[in-house]
Write a protein that binds this ligand. Sequence first.
Ligand code: SF4
Length: 222
Amino acid sequence: MDDVVSRASALRVSAQEAASCERCALAEGRTQVVFGSGDPDADLFLVGEAPGFHEDRSGAPLVGQAGELLDRLLASIGLARADVYLANVLKCRPLRSRDPLPQEIASCAPHLLRQIELVRPRVVASLGNVATKLLSGRELGITRVHGRARELVCGGERLVLYPLYHPAAALYTPAMLRELEQDFARIPTLLGAEAPDAAAAPPRAPAAAEPVEAELVQLGLF
Ligand code: SF4
C-alpha cells in the first residue's frame, strides 16, 4: 500500500514537472499539457498518440468521439476509464493535429516512460502506429502487429506490450473496428497472464516475446 501511495505521489510530481515542460517547440502552441489520467495503480495502461483539439482544451487524454468509442470498448471487458491509466506519446497538441515529428517523440518519450514505470501496469496497450513503434522499438506498422502481445521491459519491470488500432482510426472503418473489438476481447486474458506467449488466443499466434529495453536504451530514452 505504501508503495502505491509513493508511486501515486511521484506521478503527481511528474505531472507538475511536465506542466511547464519546454523540451520541444510544441510548448508554444498548447493550451495546456495533457499529462494523463486514471488509476495510478492500474493494471492496464493505454497509450495514444497526441492530444487533439478537445484534449488540448479539456486537459484529458482520449476524449471526443474516439474517447467515447474507447469507453465502449473498455465497458465491453468490464472496465471503466477510472480503472485504467490513459496517456499519449506526446503531451502537447501538434498544431492542426499533424503527425508527431521524430524529434518531438524523442523529446517527450521520457515523460511516458516515467509514467509507465510509476504506474507499473501488467499490460501496456499501444494505440496506433506512433505509440507502438516507440514502445516496441520497431518500425513494423500497426496493421501487421495489432493483437500480438510481446514483452516490454520498462523501469526494470517486465510488462506485456499489446498493440491495438487507435480508436480514432477505427471510428469510420467497420472492418478495423471489428478487429479492434476482437483484440480488445483478449485483454482480460492478458491481464491475468504472466507472459505474452501464454496469453494470446487463437487464431492469431503470439509473436515471440523479446525484451525491448536495449532498443529503448539505444533511443536514449532512459
Ligand atoms: S510535447 Fe512533450 S516534450 Fe514537447 S513541450 Fe510538450 S511535454 Fe514537453
